[in-house]
Design a binder for this molecule. Structure first.
Ligand code: CU
Length: 288
């Protein structure tokens, strides 16, 4: 116990016969040793700890389709690479600020021409960019692959709604603004989507799929979805396309193949055309 009731103690450095200089040096050496040990423990333990837990999503969705999962893995990889590079740069900046802070008016030792370091900080970033490029190309090829599938859906975007047409049975789902049409598709089965626009540019975006693609007038974009779980996923237009752009919503419902077969064979009855819906909106506003 401290013998002094007010809690103050005699400075260890001033009481040391070896002198304060040597004492500080020893303490600094101890600190460096401890820091090295902590760093080593981090390097050894980090992969073990990280392998055991699920990495954060970094703001993206985990992906409800196989394509969405591929995009998500790429996003995670990019984010982690960014964190590592950013973290490393930050540590270097902080280290340089403290290590080389001004201690006296003496001009520090000047160094130049360090070919090894210069080659290192040129080659390493090039390798990082090349690595990210390769992973991007691999992921893009997976996401953009369009093998032929049993189910095809023709999606037409228009001001301000969506039409989903199933050519195999002639089924049509169409809706505008507040009616929010729903695309139905079978789960665990690749589905081909042909996407285009009847008027201006629109954006077909399903956040849970990590997927967005332009709906362009006069050009058909083709892609595949393989939805992994049954459920309803919200979608929206992502291209500012006029007055009721913000109401240009839809949803995607993934059902079992049997349910889908039943649904797609049910007659859709009389449906308005895109032109009729557009005239309705112009005349009566949204939800008409
Ligand atoms: Cu739009």
């Amino acid at each position: 116990m401290d013998p002094r009731p007010d809690g103050t103690r005699i400075s260890a450095a001033s009481a040391d016969p070896a002198g304060p200089g040597r004492r500080t040096e020893a303490a600094g050496h101890d600190l460096r040793k401890r820091a090295r040990r902590v760093l080593l423990a981090l390097v050894v333990l980090a992969p073990i700890v990280l392998a055991g837990c699920q990495l954060p999503t970094f703001g993206a969705f985990r992906g409800a389709t196989t394509q969405g999962q591929d995009a998500f893995k790429l996003w995670q990889g990019f984010f982690i690479a960014g964190l590592v590079v950013g973290g490393f740069v930050l540590v270097l900046i902080v280290w340089a600020v403290f290590r080389y802070r001004r201690r006296s008016d003496q001009v520090p030792r000047q160094t130049q021409y360090r070919p090894f370091i210069e080659v290192l900080y040129t080659v390493i970033p090039i390798l990082i960019v090349a690595g990210l490029f390769v992973f991007t190309v691999i992921t893009e090829n997976e996401v953009d692959a369009v093998p032929s599938t049993k189910v095809t859906i023709d999606v037409t975007a228009f001001q301000w709604g969506w039409q989903f047409y199933y050519p195999a049975t002639g089924k049509v789902v169409i809706g505008q603004t507040l009616q929010q049409p729903q695309m139905v598709l079978p789960v665990n089965e690749p589905v081909t989507i042909h996407l285009e626009s009847a008027d201006v540019f629109h954006g077909f975006y399903v956040p849970a799929f990590n997927f967005s693609r332009y709906a362009a007038p006069g050009y058909v974009n083709t892609f595949n979805f393989n939805v992994l779980h049954t459920g309803v996923y919200r979608g929206q237009c992502t291209q500012l396309c006029g007055l009721y752009h913000s109401l240009m919503l839809f949803s995607v419902k993934a059902v079992t193949p049997a349910t889908f077969e039943r649904w797609v064979h049910q007659t859709s009855g009389h449906q308005p055309t895109i032109g009729q819906l557009k005239n309705q909106i112009r005349a009566n506003g949204p939800g008409a």
